[in-house]
Ligand binder design. Structure first.
Ligand SMILES: Cc1ncc(COP(=O)(O)O)c(C=O)c1O
Length: 424
C-alpha cells in the first residue's frame, strides 16, 4: 500500500549526504546497519560545540561552563530517548563495544567462579565476546540461547530452557544486524528476572527504527550507538540507577563516585554528545510528521513522546519499503533471504535484509553493487554467531541490504534492477 503522506523528499533534504554524487552517479545508501547518514542538526550542533564550547568540564570560565551544560543536556536528551527515570542512568562512551567491554568487566566483580551467564547465537560479537572474555577471567559457565535457522526467531522457551539457579546474567540483542529479527526482549527480560539474573540488551540495531522504553522493557542495562540512529560516533548505555550505584567501576582515583560519571572514564567526546543532541533534535522535530500514529505517550517527557511518534511514522514507511524489497527479491532463482519474509510479520523485523544468491559470493555481489554506487555490506558483519549458525561462515556470509526511513521506493527498485543485471 503506498504511503503518500510520508514526506520523503522533505526528510531527505534534511540530510546533506543524501544529495552527494560520485561523478554523475547518485549514492544509494543501503549500508545503514553499519552507520547512518546525519541530518543538518547533527552537523550544526557539532560545529557549535567545537567553536563555542570546547573546554574541559568543571571550571569557572565561560567555555567550561558551556561544556558542562552541553554534557548535562546530552544526558537528559538520552534519558528522554530511552525513557530512563533519570539522566544519572545514562553513560556515554566511545561506542557500544567499548561500553560493553567496560561494563562486563565492572559487572564481573559481582560474579564468582561457577556462576552461569547466557549468551545468544543471534547476537553481534560486541554482545558476545566481552562476556566470553569475562567468563574466561572469572571462571563462569556460558550457556547459549539458540535460534531456529529456518524461522530466524527464538522459540518461546529458548531462554527458560538454559536458565538455572546459577544464572547471573543474560545478554541478548534487541534486533539482529544480520537476520533483522526483533526479539521479544520484554518477555525474555521477565524470564531472566524470574531466575534472578540481570538482563543486558544490545539495542544498536533497533534504535534507528523504533522508539525504546527501558521502563516498559524491564531490562537492567541497554546500550546503543548514535551513529546508527542518525548521529555521530558515540555509544550510550542506560543502566538501572540502583544497579549502577552498587556496581564497582574501574576508574582513575581522582574521578568521583557520582553517577553517571563513575562509569564515564577519561575525557569524553563532548562534540559527540553535541552531535547526539542534534540527532535527538532531528527525531523530536518529526513528532508531528503527517501520519503520526494514534498512539499516545503521555507517560513520557514531551521530547520522549515526540521521538516515539516520529519513529511510529518512520516505521510505517520502513515496513512499506521492506515489504517491497522482500517481494522483489523473492522471485530471483537461487536467492535465499536469511530472515523473516512474511509480510504479516514485518513488524517482527527491522528492514535489514540479508540474502545469499547461488553462484555469486556476497563479496563479489557487494563489489558489483559498489560499481553502481549502491552501498551494501557483505560477509559476517561481526555477526559471527548467527552466520556460523546458518552455516555461512565459510561461504562468505551474506549480502546485507539495510534500509532506513530516508530511503525511497526508487532506490529499492534501482537495487532490484541492478541485481537483475548482475545475476544475469
Ligand atoms: C547489533 C550490533 N551490536 C553492536 C554493534 C557494535 O557497535 P559499536 O560500533 O558502537 O561498537 C553493532 C555494530 O554494527 C551492531 O550492529
Amino acid at each position: 500500500m503506498p504511503l503518500p503522506a510520508f514526506p520523503i523528499d522533505a526528510i531527505r533534504a534534511e540530510f546533506p549526504a543524501l544529495a552527494q554524487k560520485d561523478g554523475n552517479l547518485a549514492r544509494i545508501y543501503f549500508d545503514n546497519p553499519a552507520g547512518t547518514q546525519v541530518p543538518r542538526q547533527v552537523i550544526d550542533r557539532t560545529l557549535e560545540a567545537m567553536v563555542a564550547k570546547n573546554a574541559n568540564l568543571g571550571g569557572y570560565f565561560s567555555t567550561t561552563v558551556a561544556a558542562d551544560e552541553l554534557v548535562n543536556e546530552a544526558h537528559q536528551a538520552m534519558a528522554d530517548f530511552y525513557h530512563a527515570r533519570s539522566p544519572r542512568e545514562i553513560v556515554f562512551g566511545q561506542n557500544m563495544t567499548t561500553l560493553t567491554l567496560h561494563m562486563s568487566r565492572c559487572l564481573g566483580r559481582r560474579l564468582s567462579p561457577g556462576d552461569e551467564i547466557v549468551l545468544s547465537r543471534m547476537d553481534h560479537d560486541a554482545n558476545v565476546a566481552p562476556w566470553l572474555l569475562l567468563a574466561e577471567d572469572r571462571g563462569l559457565t556460558v550457556r547459549w540461547m539458540d535460534f531456529d535457522p529456518e524461522t530466524y526467531e527464538f522459540a518461546e522457551d529458548a531462554l527458560t530452557s538454559v536458565l538455572s539457579p546459577k544464572t547471573k546474567l543474560v545478554a541478548m540483542g534487541f534486533a539482529s544486524n544480520c537476520t533483522g529479527t526483533i526479539n521479544d526482549v520484554k518477555r525474555f527480560a521477565a524470564d531472566a528476572h524470574q531466575a534472578g539474573a540481570l538482563f543486558y540488551v544490545d539495542a544498536v540495531q533497533l534504535a534507528p527504527h523504533c522508539g525504546i522504553d527501558v521502563q516498559e522493557l524491564g531490562c537492567d542495562f541497554l546500550v546503543s550507538s548514535a551513529y546508527k540512529f542518525f548521529g555521530p560516533h558515540q555509544g550510550i548505555l542506560w543502566g538501572r540507577e540502583a544497579l549502577l550505584e552498587e556496581t564497582f567501576s574501574y576508574k582513575v582515583r581522582p574521578a568521583g563516585n557520582d553517577l553517571p560519571h563513575k562509569f564515564e572514564t577519561g575525557t569524553l567526546s563532548h562534540e559527540g554528545m553535541a552531535g547526539t543532541l542534534g540527532a535527538i533534535d532531528y527525531l523530536a522535530s518529526h513528532g508531528d510528521t503527517p501520519g503520526s500514529s494514534a498512539k499516545t505517550y503521555d507517560h513520557m517527557s514531551a521530547r520522549g513522546a515526540r521521538i516515539h511518534r516520529a519513529f511510529d511514522v518512520f516505521t510505517d514507511w520502513e515496513h512499506h519499503l521492506c515489504k517491497r524489497l522482500i517481494d522483489d527479491l523473492t522471485p530471483f532463482k537461487g536467492l535465499k533471504i536469511r530472515g523473516i519474509t512474511s509480510a504479516n510479520a514485518v513488524h517482527r523485523r527491522v528492514p535489514t535484509v540479508s540474502f545469499t544468491l547461488d553462484g555469486h559470493s556476497p563479496e563479489v555481489l557487494a563489489k558489483a553493487f559498489a560499481a553502481r554506487n549502491m552501498f551494501v555490506w557483505s560477509g559476517h558483519n561481526y555477526a559471527v554467531e548467527p552466520v556460523t549458525r546458518m552455516g555461512l561462515m565459510d561461504k562468505g556470509g551474506v549480502l546485507r541490504v539495510g534500509l532506513a526511513h530516508y530511503n525511497t521506493e526508487a532506490e529499492v527498485d534501482a537495487f532490484i534492477a541492478g541485481l537483475a543485471e548482475i545475476a544475469r
